[in-house]
Structures are given as structure tokens and as C-alpha cells.
Design a protein around this ligand. Structure first.
Ligand code: MN
Length: 736
């Protein structure tokens, strides 16, 4: 228990801290309404009263410190007010509705976001999950201020981690390294990332920490003297050259040293950048002037000059780096950047996060502005692979991150449903899935899962998958499992269908089914080379024999009767069926609405290609390209073959939305390559479904999935792509 005197002391400290906060915000946002912050502070004080932190301090210290971190990165008053209120909904009786009423929709929305993320249990032993958790956190947030508050929250918790019990410390420190520090890095917030890492390091790996710590301490004194000496020389030379610049220096951060030792298997003394001097200039021009000056003063280490000004890192970090050797033979790193770049390196996205003064525009507009900004920043990134992967996370979250009730992350494709989820958990769970609870509420099976959803699958023993589910699922695993089940159980269906067909046929000829004995069935089955009556029914269901053929054998009297007019559609195989193309590849057969026709996935034929159909077992008619290896290799029995042809396009203009086609382009890995390709594709007015690039040894392999109208269209495009300089080959991938 804190004594009365101690309480007074902390109260005084807190009030001073709050006054400083107001002063600070007032200085960088002179036009903002500071009353909002004051009101949030008083509100937070009122509702957190009586609560204490593990350190014994009043709880309010925490939101106040979080707000101070936010003020340091110069966030707006909305964010700072939300920072002061961030724990209220989670920890007190205050509801989000009350916050909205008192502080407006924006503050409430941010606090809600922070609360939502806070409910997720990020603790995980599985390294592989960390990346997913990071992505999920970013995918769940539509206002970046939510993330910034989470980072500030974590920073203060890490600064006071020693007050928590030991096992909690380790879990939180590990989570900080795996989730929060990388997010700060992604957002370019070097300062917060560095502090988070160095705070977590001793808890996560005490032995390595001790070693690195001792190695650095042994070199600290001489290092600092050396840096002061270099700084002195630089200041003098800068003055002589008339360049206005600040000079500062640092010893590499402990965790950063640790990572380098692990990654490159080198010792502290082999590091060129253990000691670094930074020159912060007024202009880009001066950066390059300073670089020249430095190379005149000290000998540069070959291969260590990096121009991150011309080629910013994916997180927008900009700087010139070079390693040089001092007169005494010690290597050190030089970093040269402008004040703006420095600001960006330290604060990242927060440096760009400025709202217009006055009333803030609608939330959606802010989000768009943020997205636009990311696109703009990423435009100059050199590695197309990196660019695309970043873009994917930021702009087109193609994945959703959901949880089992026990907190395990389940990653699914966008628009996945509870059926996908069920199959990810277990095949049997998938088969028996009848419903799902999402966040405690029952949802229909077609419900589209969202990131952060906690999903509980409701099963029923004896329940079976249905063909309709194929339209519900997005994941290939679920699709495969459902198809497999259907194939296995399809014989039963074929028997059922066969029986119905023969009954129908019997009615037509007025043959009493009851008059046909088991022996007759058995005999006919035997005559047709089949084992049992069930096999006979299945053979009819599969379309191997027509009901008419079988009935004629079962009741020979009917064979002599005049045969009713048989419509061509009733004859199995051998006739022309028209295939309609169409959006999303939905294909039907004319006059046969009950017959499902689909483009075979092994070759994905497109309009204009020579095609051939195969009656499959219970799945309808598969349409293959005539040249498809599966057709050529006679994988299919010839009596299943059926003639098909392309129907006229549905739309007047001869366009029917196109068919997905996958191309692989092999080319040089040079800047502008991707841009040239996408320009060509969009000139052809072709929709790009997906694009992925891999690079190795300055060669790139780019996979593109496009919507192509017809074969001519495809040939024209491939011809165009081949003409781009640096493109070695373009191949169509039959299987998408
Ligand atoms: Mn908190």
C-alpha cells in the first residue's frame, strides 16, 4: 500500500505530466481544441479511480503515459483523447456508446478498435503464427491511429514490465518481439521499434542479452571517445564547406547487434556499423555533397555504399549509407539524410499522419487517403516481389484471420465461410458441419467470415456434405474434401438415379416393376458383365447403359412394342451439346438444364479452343481442350466422350466476361518491367485477377491470372508480352 505521502507525490507528478502534455500538443497543433483532451483526461481519471497497476501506481498513469507517447509522435487531438480513454471499455463499466456520446464518433471508433484488438490473444508459441497475427492486426484496423495507440500502449507496458510476475513478463516480451516491433518496423517507426526490441530482449533471451551487453560495455568508453573525435572532424569540415547540418552518433542497439550476429555469424568486432555517425542535412543535394566529402576524408569499404534515397526501403526509409575506415583502422558507418528523412526514419507513418484542421472528413475518406498514400510511397520500391506482397497486405487483404474458440489462428481466403473453417479444423468436422456460431451468435453457412471472428462449428453426427457446398467454399482444401466425399458417395447416388430412371422408363412402357423378379435383375446384370443388381442400377445412373436398353432385357416383351419417339437428348452421348460460356465460368448445356457442364481444371479451355466433352461420374460433363494431356493420354473411356461446342456469347458485343487464364512470364528483374506488362495488359482492356512475382539472381518469374475473352485475344496478348525487352518467354499454365 502506498502511503498518503507517496500518493500525494504521484498525484502531483501526474498533474505536472498532464500539463506538459497539453503544452506539447498546443505547440504542434495550435488550432486544435485542447478541451477534448482535458475532458478525456478527467473522464479517464473519474472511471479509473481506485484501480491500480501492478506497480502500485494509480491506473491513470498508464493512459496518461500512452497519451504522452502519442504526443511525442505528434498525433492529433482525436488520437490523444482516444489514447487517454483506450482502456475504459475493457476495464471499467463505461460503454462504447457513452464514449461516443461524450467524445464523438471518431474517438469512439478508435477506442472500439483498440478494444477489439485487445481482446485477441496474441500469445503464441508457434513462430509461424506470428506473421499471420501481424497481418490480421493490420487487416482488422481501418484507422491507423488504432495501431499507433496499440504501439504506444505496448511501449508503456514494456517500460513497466518489471512489475509483472515472471511468467507474464516472458509472454509479453515475446509477443512484443513477434508482433508489435515488426508492425512498428513495417510502419517505418524506427524509434518505437528500437525501444520495443531493446526492452524485450533481456526477457526473451537473457543469456544472449548478457553476452551482447558485456561486449558492448567493454567497447563503450573507447567507442564514445572515437565517435566524439569523428563528430568533431565532421563538424569542422562541414563548416569549411559551408554546409548546414547536424551531426549525431550512436552505438548500435543491442537487439540489432544480436540479430546481426545470428544472421551473419560474425562477432561484434567484425561489424562495420557497430559505431555510426549520422549527418542530418537541409537538402538532398547536401546529402550527396556530404557523402563525397566523407569519402575524401576516409577510405570507403567497397560494396558498402547504399543509396536508400534513390531506392527507399519498403517502409519508406531513406538515407545514404556508407562504411568507412578511420585513420586508426576502425570501421564505422555513416548515415546521411535530410531532416524530413530523419523524421520519417524515426516516426514513420506517424510523420505523415496529419489531419486537416477543422472538421475531419468522413472515415472512409481518411481511409482512402491512407491507402492512396501507401500506394504512392510504394511506387518506387525496387523489388517487385516485395512491392506486391506489401501491396497485398495493405490494400487487398486476400485473407481473413479467424480464431478457434481456443485462440488458434485459422487463415482462410477472403469470403471464406464457416464450411471452409470447418474443413480446416478437421475433415470430419467439415462433413458433419450443420451450422456455426461466430462471436457467440449463430450464423448461416453462407456467412462470410471476417478477420477477428471467433468461430465455433456446430456439427451433427450423420450429417453429410452436399454439392451446394461447392458454391459456398473458397479454400481449395474444403473444395477437395467435399469433392472427394461426393465421389465416394456418388455410387450410392448413381444407384438411386439408375433406379429412378428405370422406374420412369417402366412407367412409360407400362411395365409393372413389381413383376420383375430379383433373379431377372441378377441375370441381366450378369449378361451385361456386371456383378449385382446394384451395379446394374449404378451403370444406368452413370450413363453407361440407358434405362431403355436395360428395360428391354428385363421385360423383353416391351422390345417388340413400337418405341415411343426418343428425343435426341435422351440418347446418351454422341450428339451435339452446346456449351455456354459466361461469367465465372458457369456453363450449361442447351436443352439439358439438369446436366452440369464445366471447364476441366486440368486445361481450362477458353473460347476459340477446340474442345471435347466427357461425361463424368456424377459431376456432369467435363469440357477439355482437345490437346489436353488427359484427353490425349486416353484417361477417359471413349464411350463417355460427347461432342460439345462453344455457344454464342451471351452478350451482344460478343463479350462474355472472359475466362481465367494463367500465364507465367520469365524475364529480367529490372525496374519498370512490371509496369510495362500491366500497361500492355490494360491497353488490351484485360482484367487482371492476380499477379505474383518471384525473383532470383536478377531473373524474375511472374505469374499472372487474366480474364481472356477468346483464343485470338490470348494469342495477341502473348505476342505483345514477348516483344517487351527483357522478356525471355511467356507460357500458358493450363492448370490454374
Ligand atoms: Mn492499455
Amino acid at each position: 500500500m502506498a502511503t498518503f505521502r507517496q500518493q500525494i507525490a504521484t498525484n502531483v507528478l501526474r498533474v505536472t505530466r498532464f500539463r506538459d502534455l497539453m503544452k506539447q500538443v498546443g505547440a504542434y497543433r495550435p488550432n486544435d481544441d485542447l478541451d477534448l483532451i482535458k475532458k478525456a483526461y478527467e473522464f479517464s481519471l473519474r472511471y479509473h479511480t481506485g484501480q491500480t497497476r501492478a506497480s502500485g501506481e494509480p491506473y491513470l498513469v498508464h493512459p496518461l503515459e500512452v497519451a504522452c507517447v502519442l504526443a511525442e509522435i505528434k498525433l492529433d487531438t482525436i488520437a490523444i483523447a482516444a489514447g487517454l480513454l483506450h482502456d475504459l471499455v475493457e476495464d471499467t463499466s463505461v460503454t462504447i456508446e457513452v464514449i461516443q456520446k461524450e467524445f464523438g464518433e471518431q474517438v469512439a471508433h478508435i477506442v472500439e478498435g483498440v478494444t477489439k484488438i485487445g481482446k485477441i490473444d496474441f500469445h503464441t508459441r508457434e513462430e509461424r503464427q506470428a506473421e499471420n497475427l501481424r497481418k490480421m492486426m493490420l487487416a482488422m484496423v481501418d484507422d491507423i491511429r488504432v495501431i499507433l495507440i496499440k504501439l504506444a500502449d505496448r511501449l508503456h507496458n514494456m517500460r513497466t514490465l518489471q512489475h509483472l510476475p515472471e511468467e507474464r513478463r516472458l509472454a509479453i516480451a515475446r509477443e512484443t518481439l513477434e508482433i508489435y516491433a515488426p508492425i512498428a518496423h513495417r510502419l517505418g517507426m524506427g524509434k518505437i521499434r528500437g525501444e520495443l526490441e531493446d526492452l524485450a530482449f533481456p526477457y526473451v533471451d537473457p543469456i544472449a542479452y548478457q553476452q551482447v551487453h558485456e561486449a558492448v560495455e567493454a567497447r563503450r568508453k573507447s567507442g564514445e571517445q572515437f565517435l566524439a573525435h569523428i563528430e568533431g572532424i565532421l563538424r569542422e569540415k562541414l563548416k569549411e564547406a559551408g554546409i548546414q547540418a547536424r551531426v549525431e552518433s550512436r552505438i548500435k542497439r543491442l537487439y540489432s547487434i544480436h540479430l546481426k550476429i545470428q544472421r551473419q555469424r560474425i562477432t561484434v568486432d567484425q561489424m562495420y556499423d557497430l559505431l555510426a555517425v549520422r549527418v542530418i542535412t537541409q537538402s538532398v543535394q547536401d546529402c550527396y555533397a556530404v557523402l563525397g566529402m566523407i569519402h575524401n576524408l576516409w577510405r570507403p569499404v567497397p560494396g558498402r555504399i547504399k543509396d536508400h534515397i534513390a531506392m527507399p526501403r519498403p517502409n519508406l526509409y531513406q538515407s545514404l549509407h556508407t562504411s568507412v575506415i578511420a585513420e586508426n583502422g576502425s570501421p564505422f558507418e555513416m548515415q546521411i539524410r535530410t531532416e524530413d528523412m530523419h523524421h520519417m526514419a524515426e516516426e514513420g507513418i506517424a510523420a505523415h499522419w496529419k489531419y486537416k484542421d477543422g472538421p475531419v472528413s468522413a472515415r472512409d475518406e481518411q481511409r482512402l487517403a491512407w491507402l492512396r498514400q501507401v500506394v504512392e510511397w510504394q511506387r518506387d520500391v525496387s523489388d517487385p516481389n516485395e512491392f506486391l506482397s506489401t501491396l497485398k497486405i495493405d490494400l487487398y487483404p486476400e485473407e481473413v484471420y479467424t480464431f478457434t474458440p481456443k485462440g488458434k489462428v485459422v487463415v482462410l481466403p477472403r469470403d471464406a465461410t464457416p464450411v471452409d473453417f470447418a474443413y480446416t479444423v478437421h475433415t470430419e468436422v467439415g462433413h458433419a458441419c450443420v451450422g456455426a456460431k461466430v462471436n457467440g451468435r449463430m450464423v448461416p453457412l453462407r456467412y462470410k467470415l471476417k478477420s477477428g471472428d471467433i468461430v465455433e462449428i456446430v456439427t451433427q453426427t450423420g450429417h453429410n456434405p452436399s454439392r451446394d457446398w461447392l458454391a459456398l467454399v473458397r479454400s481449395s482444401r474444403a473444395r477437395q474434401k467435399i469433392k472427394h466425399w461426393l465421389n465416394v458417395h456418388q455410387r450410392e447416388r448413381a444407384i438411386e438415379i439408375g433406379r429412378k430412371l428405370i422406374e420412369k422408363e417402366a412407367r412409360k412402357y407400362r411395365v409393372p416393376m413389381k413383376g420383375i423378379s430379383d433373379q431377372q435383375y441378377q441375370k441381366v446384370a450378369g449378361d451385361l458383365g456386371l456383378g449385382r443388381p446394384d451395379d446394374l442400377m449404378a451403370a444406368i445412373g452413370y450413363g453407361k447403359f440407358s434405362a431403355r436398353q436395360v428395360l428391354a432385357r428385363l421385360a423383353p416383351a416391351t422390345a417388340a412394342e413400337p418405341t415411343p419417339e426418343v428425343t435426341p437428348e435422351e440418347k446418351p452421348g454422341g450428339l451435339l451439346r452446346r456449351v455456354f460460356g459466361g461469367e465465372s465460368g458457369a456453363i450449361t448445356v442447351k436443352g439439358h438444364d439438369d446436366l452440369l457442364v464445366y471447364r476441366a481444371r486440368c486445361c481450362n479451355p477458353i473460347r476459340g479452343e477446340d474442345i471435347v466433352g466427357y461425361v463424368t461420374r456424377g459431376k456432369g460433363v467435363a469440357v477439355h481442350a482437345r490437346g489436353c494431356p488427359n484427353v490425349v493420354n486416353l484417361m477417359y473411356e471413349s464411350d463417355r466422350r460427347i461432342d460439345v461446342e462453344w455457344a454464342r456469347p451471351r452478350k451482344e458485343d460478343g463479350q462474355d466476361g472472359g475466362f481465367p487464364v494463367k500465364l507465367t512470364v520469365f524475364c529480367d528483374d529490372r525496374s519498370g518491367m512490371l509496369k510495362q506488362m500491366t500497361a500492355l495488359i490494360s491497353d488490351e482492356d484485360i482484367n487482371i485477377r492476380n499477379i505474383e512475382a518471384r525473383t532470383a539472381n536478377s531473373q524474375a518469374t511472374i505469374d499472372i491470372v487474366l480474364d481472356i475473352e477468346n483464343l485470338k485475344h490470348l494469342e495477341r496478348l502473348v505476342g505483345g508480352l514477348r516483344k517487351i525487352p527483357g522478356v525471355h518467354d511467356v507460357q500458358r499454365v493450363q492448370k490454374i
